[in-house]
Design a protein around this ligand. Structure first.
Ligand code: ADP
Ligand code: MG
Length: 387
């Protein structure tokens, strides 16, 4: 499905469903994290980029306070009164758009707010770690920001999306996904400081250098993800507390010998991942600026090894994807996302894409793993109005 098709179809679907024309169509991309895993909640650094898979939202305001949302994903039209949006009153995927409408009123007041009708279509894969949820939030956020004349900038809208996801959807997520979806640019990454929330775009140069990023979705559901995630967070908090810092962000590699004295072996390993991963993000940004993307492969692979051995959040399928991709021509590869399943990424020269794809597919078959879904993404523009 190309973006153009989605944009046209979302307009038509809106008309067919609601019986009148939408005021406009807005869109926002999913995202992938190039490097910087489990650093966000340690006040550290991440380097995601917006991808060329988008969610399109056809939107019109109403004169009353009724809010309706519908999606090509299902038949149901979800409806609620603007004043009645709470965590308990919304359900399902409608929590994302309704949550954004709620969060916008929290920051900008409700004087300009009226009801709306929305129809959504998307080619962001759901549950592959590409943040289909942030794509919905950000498409709706830019639409209502414009239609309600709120004049919030994209950084403020990123916080709105996060607030919606935390308070109304009920997911304790950081601000990375929304920042990438709102601030992304063609062939650029979004370098984000999760403490100051300062974001800077960084030229990736993939297109210029003939590189593409392969997503290898292992189709492994995030096994034990909840407990595993909570225990990793707890270890990071314990590590920071024992080392006498506000967050692991405040430690660099020089602190590791001291950490070896003070921490139990497991906490030390968790801390080492976060400390070295923050360093790798900074180095990746520096290398991109000085030498270019063909020189970030070692940092990507070191990130994977650190997640596999120190943070212990990889699974066999992810390790196989990474090592097979590297053997067959990828410059760098790593698991991406929270871990315990999900996708790996492989930065690959264009001429090696088919070899890597075939090799990973064959290796998975040989080992009796589920067939992976493998596709290329490129760094695309952030959320904007389409028509
Ligand atoms: P991710 O953001 O990594 O894709 P999440 O669990 O955060 O995974 O969000 C996925 C959820 O987003 C889906 O379960 C669904 O509720 C919702 N979703 C994503 N895309 C759409 C869509 N086009 N229409 C309706 N709901 C969607
Ligand atoms: Mg999500």
């Amino acid at each position: 499905m190309t973006s153009d098709l989605t944009e046209v179809s979302v307009h038509t679907h809106f008309e067919n469903l609601y019986g009148y024309e939408p005021t406009g169509v807005w869109s926002a991309p999913g995202r992938v994290n190039l490097i910087g895993e489990h650093t966000d909640y340690n006040d550290g650094f991440v380097l995601p980029f917006a991808i060329n898979r988008r969610t399109f939202a056809a939107v019109a305001l109403r004169t009353d306070t009724v809010c309706r949302v519908a999606s090509s994903f299902e038949q149901t039209v979800h409806e609620i009164d603007l004043a009645g949006i709470t965590r308990e009153s919304v359900s399902d995927w409608a929590a994302y758009p309704f949550g954004v409408a709620w969060a916008l009123q929290q920051v900008a007041g409700s004087e300009n707010a009226t009801g709306f009708d929305i129809f959504i279509d998307s080619d962001v894969p759901v549950g592959a770690g590409l943040s289909s949820s942030a794509a919905i939030e950000c498409a709706v956020a830019v639409a209502l920001n414009e239609l309600w004349n709120l004049e919030l900038d994209h950084r403020a809208l990123a916080r709105v999306g996060q607030h919606a996801e935390n308070a109304i959807v009920g997911a304790p997520t950081g601000i990375m996904d929304q920042s990438a979806s709102l601030l992304g640019e063609t062939d650029h990454g979004v370098f984000l400081d999760c403490r100051s929330l300062e974001a800077e775009v960084v030229d990736l140069g993939f297109a210029r250098e003939g590189l593409e990023l392969l997503i290898i979705d292992t189709k492994v559901a995030h096994r034990h993800a909840d407990g595993g995630y909570a225990s990793r967070r707890a270890a990071c908090e314990l590590g920071a507390q024992t080392m006498g810092v506000a967050a692991l962000r405040d430690l660099n590699a020089d602190a590791l010998p001291n950490a070896t004295e003070l921490l139990d072996p497991l906490t030390l390993a968790r801390v080492r991942h976060v400390v070295t991963e923050n360093q790798r993000v900074l180095e990746t940004v520096a290398v991109l600026r000085t030498q270019g993307p063909r020189f970030i492969g070692e940092l990507m692979h070191a990130s994977h090894v650190s997640m596999r051995d120190d943070f212990e959040i990889s699974v066999d399928e992810l390790d196989t994807a990474v090592e097979t991709a590297m053997r067959h021509g990828a410059i760098g590869a790593r698991m991406t996302g929270g871990g315990f399943g999900g996708a790996a990424i492989a930065l690959t020269p264009v001429e090696k894409i088919s070899e890597v794809t075939l090799a990973v597919t064959a290796e998975f078959a040989l080992l009796g793993y589920a067939k992976p879904d493998i596709f290329v993404v490129s760094a695309a523009p952030g959320a904007h109005r389409e028509e």
